[in-house]
Ligand binder design. Sequence first.
Ligand SMILES: [Zn+2]
Ligand SMILES: [Zn+2]
Length: 306
Amino acid sequence: MFEIVFLGTSASAPSVKRGLSSQMVKHNEYRFLIDCGEGTQRQILQSGLGFKHLSHILITHGHLDHILGLAGLLSTFMRWETIDEMNIYGGRWALDRIHDLLFGVVLRGAQPPMKIMLHEIKPGVFFENEDFTVSSFSVHHRGADCLGFKFEERSRRPFLPEKAETLGVPAGPLRRDLVNGKTVTLDDGRRIRPDDVLGPLKPGVWLVHVGDAGRTEGLLEVCREADALVIEATYLESEADMAQQFSHLTAKQAAELAVQAGVRQLILTHISRRYREKDVLTEVQAIFPNASVARDFDVYQIKQIS
Ligand SMILES: [Zn+2]
Ligand SMILES: [Zn+2]
């Protein structure tokens, strides 16, 4: 299961109710901050997430409404909080600007309080462990190297402890070997196969996050059958010309992508102050009913329907 906590859902400038772009994706003890608009550190505090485990920060692109909060975060870490390292992942253009911001403006020759690593990523998997992978893909927006992110749980066969109990497999390394697909031999000589204690394959869930985007062409494949798609909707269709001019999407375009890709759930963010939330919701739900408009501090759990 992934959980996504929206920390800032406003486009370009904050509003009274919405902070600038940022969200946290959680999977067990892992946390990935996606974008870090100005004011994100206060949103992190208010959400109750805190600064621990904040060592992976993914950046969709280098526009200021998505990166300025990194300066404040680092400034705070220089005084009070410490994390072991800060890994920032993004395209070249975003990282160059972040480098200027952190090393040129905030640090200015001072020693950072932790290792700061800027990882340039290209489309493909850039983080993986035994439970899930995180990959990036290209997104068309103003500026080069804009990225979206896909969080993909690995499919797995659940361990059935009651079966292991009945067969007399003791807790510990033997059960671990069975989970890892190895046949084991018990003290009494009986051989137990993984099939004896594992249930049917359960597909993992997928969460796709698209930041600012000027068009949906090219996103269909990566979004296909995602359990949840989080995507910007800065404009309404009534101002589609302006959306195109500034390389943003309308709620209708986001909804059409969700329909074509056959996603299960659609969550819109990067909402402009120029619209009422209910108008955005009306436009999107007319085309894709299982859609919502994220608000700051909203939490969504993306899990398998059982
Ligand atoms: Zn933006
Ligand atoms: Zn942008």
